[in-house]
Design a binder for this molecule. Structure first.
Ligand code: NAP
Length: 319
């Protein structure tokens, strides 16, 4: 069984639906990965900072051992965390993820965020000084990218990309680097459609992956007063009319826009239904209705790095 995919500039194919794994706890994530592979997922989105790559790897290994899937049919993503931005730390960082995952190559490796943070130890993932202030490292993300290029040349990763980069930052990579990003992964959902950045990436041959496409209802900083995307009346109306779930309407909306989705779930019924999005189509009217829900509502502000030289979400950015 193969899920529809999109071709990257490296020639490799990336399945349009993957399983997100942020916040999926140890004890939950292995069975989520196994369930996803059983349901037909071939794409798993992870990251070193999620601190669960060991369990993700166990799920992958079990499915391969039981002949449910072959390694070459899987598309596994990890991300370089902020404390590993110094070029000499990039290769050791990917090796740590590969070891945890039990793999000898990644399909995609992303710089998680353009902002570096000071490396103290692997345990200090959000390093702070004695005054409690975050310790930034202003290593230029272009230098980090050049170290990422070496990983691709060496075959440790098949494609490299970025995450949470703004247009100015992407432009610098395009102008100053030799291997161009295959993917940019950033927050996109019907309350934050980010049309300009999506169109910019597409115009440069960069495939877009939407994260938090359901509005990340389990994000740790959610408050009871926040808008709940999965309960949006306009989306509920479309879902009822088409006899689908709101989640399926959102996923289908992005797939029709050729945007890759990586819904996170540890619930088997949801994992299963989140990939059942290839047997129906949204009309242009319904696509427009989903787009009109946009309210430029950003959920992931990465607030602790807001003072960083390369913080990507400042207005009129030019660093
Ligand atoms: N690059 C980055 O900086 C970055 C940032 C954020 C996220 N990501 C990636 O993107 C993935 C997805 O984003 P996210 O985790 O923020 O949130 P999300 O996928 O928007 O939402 C996940 C939440 O939705 C629930 N859910 C899943 N399917 C559902 C369904 N069919 N009906 C109702 N609820 C459903 C999940 O519940 P249960 O799990 O309880 O089923 C969970 O609470 C992450 O897991 C991660 O891999 C990347």
């Amino acid at each position: 069984m193969s899920t529809p995919s999109i071709q990257l500039r490296t020639g490799y194919k990336m399945p349009l639906v993957g399983l997100g794994t942020w916040k999926s706890t140890k004890g939950q994530v292995q069975s989520a990965v196994e369930c996803a592979i059983e349901c037909g997922y071939r794409h798993i989105d992870g990251a070193w900072i999620y601190q669960n790559e060991g369990e993700v790897g166990k799920g992958i290994a079990k499915m391969i051992k039981e002949n449910k899937v072959k390694r070459e049919d899987l598309f596994i993503t990890s991300k370089l965390w902020n404390i590993f931005h110094n070029p000499e730390l990039v290769r050791p960082a990917v090796m740590k993820s590969l070891e945890k995952l039990g793999l000898d190559y990644l399909d995609l490796y992303l710089i998680h965020n353009p902002c570096g943070e000071k490396y103290i130890s692997d345990e200090e993932q959000f390093p702070k000084g004695p005054d409690g202030a975050p310790l930034y490292d202003d290593v230029d993300y272009v230098q980090t990218w050049k170290a990422m290029e070496e990983l691709q040349k060496e075959g440790l990763v098949r494609s490299i990309g970025i995450s949470n980069f703004n247009q100015y930052q992407i432009d610098r990579i395009l102008k100053e680097c030799s291997i161009l990003p295959a993917v940019n992964q950033f927050e996109i959902h019907p309350y934050f459609t980010q049309n300009d950045l999506v169109n910019f990436c597409k115009s440069k041959g960069i495939v877009v992956t939407a994260f938090s496409q359901f509005g990340s209802p389990d994000r740790p900083w959610a408050t009871p007063n926040d808008p709940v995307l999965l309960e949006d009346p306009g989306l509920v109306e479309i879902a009822k009319r088409l006899k689908k779930t709101v989640a399926q309407i959102i996923l289908r909306y992005f797939i029709q826009r050729k945007v890759v989705v990586i819904p996170k779930s540890v619930t088997s019924e949801r994992i299963k239904s989140n990939i059942q999005v290839f047997d129906f189509e949204l009309s242009q009217k319904d696509m427009d209705a989903v787009s009109s829900a946009n309210r430029d509502y950003r959920i992931s502000t990465w607030i602790w790095i807001a003072g960083h030289k390369y913080y990507p979400y400042r207005q009129n950015y030019s660093e």
